[in-house]
Design a protein around this ligand. Structure first.
Ligand code: GLN
Length: 295
């Protein structure tokens, strides 16, 4: 299998709209798979930290869902957007209610909820991430957060539009600051695979025995990952890989095989939809060769 993986081409471009992400070595490549009974398999740069970017939106959803329960869905939908992750178009004619929590607009609403509900949102979010993943070393990267803040015009436009529609309740700068920090979290493939294992085990982390979310919420988060985790390429990911997953512009992807394992891959070159080109190919290869997917 390793030999076959070497032949997978790597095309595309490292994200450059966040200046700090340009400095990543485009040839980096890592995989880590953890089963719910803690068997671990890895390849390549699986212990290198990288910017998890929008993969973090899954954790933002887990925490906001815990805090708001079903009220969450009054402010954000659960439908695939069919548009790029930072698109403004839909948001205007849908009156400031983002299609789902995994496009930028949706995650900004979740961050607004965290600012309303938590006393020290940045601190409490990183503590939640550490607890969920059983890893006290996970942290924000202030350089990446600052770099994104300096060039985050589209996110600023999204949040201003939603504020005008009444779907942002707090100060815009405070919410954006939290959002940029959450995107800047750095983790390795191994940390990601192990950290997200609760979604493969009905909401209880099999390694820490910590209940993160209840069974229904765990299933629903997986459902949203299945339908919305790859923006306007969610159908393609479902079609070719067949697992719930979430990508980030740092080139990482997390995918969950409920009841079995979670897997993280990292390859920084992105396709035109902002998803890791090689990461998607490898997951497609894995589920095709093993004949195991949720379908
Ligand atoms: N921080 C990035 C942004 O807001 C996240 C995008 C992504 O990973 N798809 O543009």
């Amino acid at each position: 299998m390793v030999v076959e993986l070497r032949h997978i081409k790597d095309i595309g471009h490292v994200a450059s709209y966040i200046p700090e992400l340009r400095n990543v070595d485009p040839k980096k490549f890592g995989i880590h798979l953890t089963t719910i009974d803690n068997q671990n398999y890895s390849l390549g740069d699986s212990n290198d930290k990288f910017s998890i970017q929008s993969i973090s939106k899954v954790l933002t959803l887990a925490l906001a869902f815990e805090l708001e329960d079903e009220f969450l869905w009054e402010r954000v939908g659960v439908e695939p957007s069919g548009t790029p992750f930072n698109s403004l178009v839909q948001l205007e004619y849908e009156k400031g209610i983002p299609r789902n929590p995994f496009i930028n607009a949706g995650a900004l609403v979740l961050c607004d909820i965290l600012v309303s509900r938590l006393q020290h949102p940045k601190q409490e979010f990183i503590e939640f991430t550490r607890k969920v993943s059983g890893n006290p070393t996970i942290d924000y990267c202030p350089r990446v957060a600052e770099s994104e803040k300096l060039t985050g015009y589209t996110n600023a436009a999204l949040i201003n539009l939603m504020k005008a529609f009444g779907n942002i309740h707090n100060d815009i700068e405070t919410v954006l600051d939290l959002y940029f920090h959450i995107c800047s979290i750095e983790m390795t493939c191994k940390e990601l695979a192990q950290g997200f294992l609760f979604l493969a085990a009905n909401g209880v982390h099999p390694l820490t025995h910590e209940r993160v979310v209840n069974v229904s919420k765990s299933k629903r988060i997986n459902a949203i990952m299945q339908l919305c985790g790859f923006y306007d390429e969610a159908g393609e990911f479902s079609f070719k890989v067949g697992l719930p997953g979430k990508s980030g512009v740092g080139g990482g992807i997390i995918a969950i095989y409920p009841g079995h394992y979670s897997i993280a891959v990292w390859s920084p070159k992105l396709n035109s939809k902002g998803n890791s080109y090689k990461g998607m190919k490898i997951l497609e290869f894995l589920t095709t060769r093993t004949k195991l997917s949720i379908f």
